[in-house]
Write a protein that binds this ligand. Structure first.
Ligand SMILES: *Cc1c(COP(=O)(O)O)cnc(C)c1O
Length: 399
């Protein structure tokens, strides 16, 4: 806490994250237990297979799974899980991938689950050499559509639990798994940012995949948990396509520590601190012209609320996206959750705050809204201009 902020030394902006656990912002605050484990293992040699065996024990206990291992990321876990479902423990086939000749190579996924988490999930599946078979329509999935998409070439069925998916018209996991299992097809659940470590396996997942660096507060990593034969087959991909997605000793030891810390964490106290931040922001915003704050539940039922901030530009004298951009500027940049901004609202996520930052955020909200009120015109950038500016910036990186 009292060490100098490394961001000044690196020359990067000291952002305050009220967006969520975003890869593009550095994921989460790593818990002290994981920081200690990462630091301690970095100076030691260790037999990685043994270390992964210890990870398997920790994952098995926390996820009530048969086995598990740590990967570079949940995205890597998707690729390795699918690859394992295709090859089993056939080492020659593992070395041949992504050439899937002679293997089952189709992976079914609901059309409404074909999300981007910063990269397309379909690509994560295709990297294994598989072919993606979409099931149903964007907003609709029926049992017969899933059953009809499965054939003798189907290696796996991928199911996504996330706020990114279409939130209605999908098949529940238990029903999805029942249909896949009736045809002998394993179910791989992408639960990257879900707090529930047990429910998906209980509902029929053969593999459940998580990010270590999201709610767990671990170092960058992924977790594969589930049926022992499928976990082993995914693990063996480290001798093949998994090599380019390698996790090091620090990722494995840090993830074990984060899992153990999760078990001991005072979840109620953390929830209370998050609620206090939300209430502070809500109080700060209430009664301000054109601003409607509301505390809302997480869309996939994680034990986490966010502040929904609706902006009426005519009364607030600023659009939701201009407010987001102004909050993100200056010497105390605050990054809000803006992926639905075209609807005129953003969210504020309290789960990645250092103590005291909630007060700075409240001050920044008041400051930018006061400034907008003083403006005679409505501050309104065209949304397409904002998008174009962001794209230009990306495509001219590193300049
Ligand atoms: C974050 C996320 C991923 C990617 O996880 P990484 O560990 O960052 O690779 C995959 N799926 C979903 C639904 C996610 O939210």
């Amino acid at each position: 806490m009292n060490t100098p902020d490394i961001r000044a030394r690196l020359g990067v902006r000291p952002i305050i994250n009220v967006s969520g656990t975003m890869t593009g912002l550095g994921a989460s605050i790593v818990v002290p237990e994981a920081i200690e484990a990462v630091s301690a293992i970095l100076r030691q040699f260790v037999e990685i297979e043994d270390l992964q065996r210890k990870a398997s024990e920790a994952i098995a206990r926390l996820c009530q799974a048969e086995a598990g291992f740590v990967t570079a990321s949940c995205s890597a876990a998707i690729t390795l899980g699918v690859a394992g479902a295709m090859t089993g423990s056939d080492l020659a086939a593992i070395e041949r991938l992504p050439d899937a000749t002679g293997l089952k190579n189709e992976v079914v996924i609901l059309a409404g689950h074909m999300v981007s988490y910063g990269a397309p999930i379909e690509q994560g599946i295709r990297l294994a050499g598989a072919r993606v078979v979409p099931v149903g329509q964007a907003t609709s999935a029926r049992p017969h559509q899933l059953a009809g998409a499965i054939n003798g070439q189907t290696a796996a069925a991928v199911y996504v639990v996330s706020h990114h998916t279409v939130p209605y018209g999908m098949l529940p996991l238990a029903e999805f798994a029942e249909i896949a299992h009736a045809k002998g097809v394993p179910v791989i659940v992408d639960a990257a940012s879900e707090y529930d470590l047990r429910g998906f396996i209980a509902a029929g997942a053969d593999l459940a995949l998580y990010s270590a660096h999201k709610f767990l507060g671990g170092p960058t990593g992924g977790i594969v948990a589930g049926r022992e034969d499928l976990v082993r087959a995914a693990f063996l991909q480290n001798m093949g396509i998994g090599r380019g997605m390698k996790v090091g000793k620090e990722g494995i030891a840090g993830t074990i520590a984060a899992l153990e810390a999760w078990e001991r964490r005072d979840h109620a106290a953390i929830r209370a601190r998050e609620t206090a931040a939300l209430e502070l922001w809500q109080t700060t915003l209430e009664g301000r012209a054109g601003i409607t704050p509301a505390i809302v539940a997480d869309p996939t039922n994680n034990p986490l609320d966010r502040l929904h901030v609706a902006v009426d530009p005519a009364a607030a004298h600023i659009t939701a996206w201009d407010l987001a951009d102004r909050l993100a500027a200056g010497s105390q940049p605050v990054i809000v959750r803006d992926h639905e901004i075209e609807h005129g609202y953003f969210y504020m996520d309290p789960c990645n705050l250092h103590p005291g930052e909630e007060v700075i955020v409240a001050g920044r909200l008041a400051e930018e809204l006061d400034r907008a009120q003083e403006s005679n015109d409505v501050i309104a950038t065209k949304l397409s201009d904002r998008r174009a500016r962001r794209l230009r910036s990306l495509l001219s990186w590193p300049n």
